[in-house]
Design a protein around this ligand. Sequence first.
Ligand SMILES: *[C@@H]1O[C@H](CO)[C@@H](O)[C@H](O)[C@H]1NC(C)=O
Ligand SMILES: *[C@@H]1O[C@H](CO)[C@@H](O)[C@H](O)[C@H]1NC(C)=O
Length: 353
Amino acid sequence: MMDFALLLLALWAVAGSVSPQAAGSCPERLLGDERGRTCPRPCKTDGDCGNKRQCLCDGQCGLSCVAPGRPCPWPLPPSDNSETRLLSPTHSFSALLEVRCNPGFTLPNGLDATIRRCQGDRQWSGDEPICTATQPSSPPFAQTCPVPDEVIDTFSIQGNAAVGTSIHYSCLSGADIVGSSENFCQDNQTWQYPHPICKQVYCLSPREVDQGYVVAVQKTEYEVGFDIHYLCKKNFLLDGPQKVTCLSNGSWSAPPPFCRARCLIPAGRSRVTIGGVKRWPFDVTDAMVPHGENVTFYCNHPRKQCNLAATQTCFDGKLQPPACYLEPTWLQYKLFPHRLVSEIGECEPGDVE
Ligand SMILES: *[C@@H]1O[C@H](CO)[C@@H](O)[C@H](O)[C@H]1NC(C)=O
Ligand SMILES: *[C@@H]1O[C@H](CO)[C@@H](O)[C@H](O)[C@H]1NC(C)=O
């Protein structure tokens, strides 16, 4: 195909150079078609021209008075991307030259070669041929829609942004999307919709904690990643997280903690076991145990002279003695301290019914 076009071009160029004998094939003068071209004086016969000129066909200038021996510039300055070769023995009027692009380069019209003719104005016909690098043939996914950096920084994007495909956005922060979470890359490499945005997320003030403090600047909303620390008042035990963080979905990382109260040990004249140590309650500071502490009480065996251990747990200020526990009377405690239930031996496993 390309060679055929070249052949036609060459034939035309040759036809353009024939003398008036074949004048029927010389085109009418077409002004303005060849840029920068000045046509010599038009003529019908040699007699219309001076004695140094002849009436010859000068391409698109039509029949013109030209001096046949006048040369066009040669050699031409070398070009990086093409080779120029003279096709005629001379470089004077009606001589032809071929400009052929180097491999990998083509002319603006897509061809890789062109033929130029030496005109009556001593110029080579046509525009200066410029060979440019051929676009590498595009694989099907090479054509994509642009994804700006700020979009890449904000979203996790599913899809490759190729023409004819969709992408799906999700906010890296986990926040809700404002706009369309899906977009389509159109044939002209533009997106069907504008890129969406991620909603700015805040956490609301966390709940107050009874008997505790929130260690943070008081605000109506807190930004994602903000930490809030909790402290409990003296003698209260923190039950829950010491710190909560504002998550990217606007929730705190955990519900606020509780500040749990200590429990008064509900026994006085019996020893109890706290943390593996059997002690008199009055020997324990304030006779209180912290929240969550296990206190083992000793109950009387219904029939035998031995005691049964029953453990209760302090929960936020509440510690019930086990139902079987009987507080010794003041007399029992004063007169027979060694016979108090907590002081007699523990029942054997076999004694327990
Ligand atoms: C926020 O995210 C956390 C952790 O991913 C999750 O446990 C919690 O249920 C979420 N909260 C809401 C309101 O979606
Ligand atoms: C109390 O007892 C429970 C159940 O046996 C145990 O899980 C917990 O760790 C104990 N608490 C203390 C403070 O020892």
